[in-house]
Design a protein around this ligand. Structure first.
Ligand SMILES: C[S@@+](CC[C@H](N)C(=O)[O-])C[C@H]1O[C@@H](n2cnc3c(N)ncnc32)[C@H](O)[C@@H]1O
Length: 220
């Protein structure tokens, strides 16, 4: 991807190389594992492969896609050095290079939220296409209640940049979701199984709020 923020400003500088999985991914995986028939899972915007690493260790058949060459090289090297199996692809996840009905599960830990709402709809449709019927998608994005949002400037496409405060200060082009936008994203072809809004208030930092959505949907 040309002029890709995450490649040029983050991963090729050795930043954001998360080592361990996020707790919400761990919970989702444990609720949906099947040790007898390993499930095939897509990690959308897999970054440094921290979530994929955990899934592979737990016996899932793991695929990851990310627009950053450096992040994908990092994933591949980590998997080789730890003798783990995984399939990693460099690409824009607006077009998923997988056939229809290929995956049992898909996860997105804070990657679609790096795109504008219009693109999110395209990506959600792609995820729907590549999941099996009854396949589940775990979607984790930032909420419009997040304190970082109003400390920044809104871009023409609705994302926010130049954020000065809160837990995601310094990150560029973030979309903050309202509840009705999430319902709209999943109105065709999905059943919403769980919709959780999480708010953490930092009392030592001007009561700043870290607000995010955790959504679990099932393909109809
Ligand atoms: C906040 S990071 C999250 C990384 C990882 N999911 C994690 O939990 O640590 C967002 C990721 O989305 C990727 N990304 C953003 N937009 C993308 C796009 N259109 N196509 C592919 N990857 C994209 C970035 O390269 C980055 O790795």
């Amino acid at each position: 991807m040309k002029d890709f923020y995450w490649e040029n400003n983050i991963y090729n500088k050795g930043l954001n190389l998360n080592k361990y999985p996020f707790d919400n991914v761990v919970s989702f995986a444990f609720r949906n594992r099947n040790s007898i028939n390993p499930k095939t899972v897509l990690d959308i915007g897999c970054g440094a492969g921290n979530n994929a690493w955990f899934l592979a260790k737990e016996g899932f058949n793991v695929f990851g896609i990310d627009g950053s060459v450096s992040a994908i090289n990092y994933c591949r090297n980590r998997f080789v050095s730890e003798n783990l199996k995984g399939n990693f692809i460099v690409g824009n996840f607006k077009h998923l290079p997988f056939k229809d009905g290929f995956f049992d599960l898909a996860i997105d830990r804070a990657s679609l939220t790096c795109c504008n709402l219009q693109d999110c709809q395209i990506i959600v449709n792609e995820i729907n296409r590549t999941l099996k019927t009854k396949g589940k998608f775990f979607f984790n994005c930032y909420s419009a209640d997040h304190s970082s949002m109003l400390s920044g400037k809104q871009n023409q496409d609705g994302t926010w940049s130049s954020m000065k405060k809160g837990s995601i200060a310094g990150v560029e082009n973030i979309y903050f979701f309202k509840k009705e936008e999430i319902s709209d994203l999943f109105k065709a072809g999905w059943n919403i199984l769980s919709l959780v809004h999480k708010n953490h208030t930092n009392l030592l930092e001007d009561d700043s709020k870290h607000s995010e959505w955790e959504v679990i949907v099932e393909k109809l």
